[in-house]
Design a binder for this molecule. Sequence first.
Ligand code: CTP
Length: 408
Amino acid sequence: MRLENKKILLIIGGGISAYKSLDLIRLLQKKGSSVKVVLTKSGKKFVTSLSVSSLSKNRVFEEMFDEKNKGKIDHISLSRWADLILVLPTTANFMSKLSKGGADDLASTIILASNKEVFLVPAMNVRMWLHKATQKNLNVLISYGYKFIGPEDGEMACGEYGKGKMSSPRQILSFLEKFFRKKDLLKKKKISAIVTTGPTKEYIDPVRFISNESSGKQGYEIALELSRLGIKTTLISGPTKLTYSSDVKVKEVVSGKEMFEAVKKKLPTHIAVCTAAVSDFKPLSIKKNKIKKDSKITEIKIEKNPDILGYLGKNNRYKPKLLVGFAAETEDLIKNSIKKMQEKFCDIIVANDISNKEIGFNSDLNEVTIVDKSGKTQKIKKSSKKFIASLIAEKIVDTFLLNEKSLN
Ligand code: CTP
């Protein structure tokens, strides 16, 4: 079921493990998937176009500019056709090319133009894999959102032993089955989510406001990841400098009150993730005209903003099935975060140490610990907000599906 009618675009790279791609094509076909293959120039040195086309029962794509295929732009049409792109084997050289955004052949151009999930299956000598350059490229590729299958520990074609061995076709198959099972389940259940993000601006007069440095990036990346997993997601965002992709629906707001109203309008929702740095306080009233320097004003009266996460947690009628909060803390990170999780009735809290200026607010990097209701913690060391978002989204989805299962 899980792989039935799935469309897999397989890019065969240039490495000795390329021969295993033939076995994988056969296994995928047996499970009911359709497979189209792009054979790279170096891939052709290891497998022939004839064996690939006979097995895949499709023509094999090799050239960027194909005379036979007039009127069709292969790098776009193939990527749009696919449910998923798989690069097997992914060589050190191909990782290097992708990390720089290179697009000098059909395979790399497809990936750069793709709007689909891309899975890279590395295979190389252990020294090549562990080389600082490859590890640096690995981190860049993860931060771009590429997913990796393997490599495994084992004996390599060169006779050396270590990490670098390509995952076997069966391991890859089971990885893909798990991926599609989750995706299909989420699609079938028609899950909806809201994610709040960014700062809020609380105006004092027409030109002055109370706000903070939140960039909104972490929440935006989480919303993207949830949408990518097939969850109908709305991002409710305070004022940020982000350029939002059309992959996620965005509702822009300015003040905490507006954010609160926008959230309420979206209820009921299955999942709510509150990442926004809502200003805790707002002026009691907004002056209609700019406060002049020579005005006799000595104080600005403030009041509390609604606590959106707190409201969702206590909402008996519309409490989301899964509620995720963030905790911005400068001391006693885990202790304070757990306290917040309990006070606001969350299922998961993401503890964020904001005392480190190099990460968090306004940075592309973050370091967080995901804590769930059972007290289980998962620390994610300094990495890109995109990568962190993928792990948070995974935790959200897994917890949601587990809760659903225990209810049924
Ligand atoms: N939050 C919210 N609405 C608010 C304030 C906070 O939804 N008015 C949410 C945040 O989005 C976050 C969580 O509550 O998910 C915790 O926010 P944080 O700023 O860490 O804590 P506060 O609750 O504001 O408490 P304090 O500032 O005292 O730590």
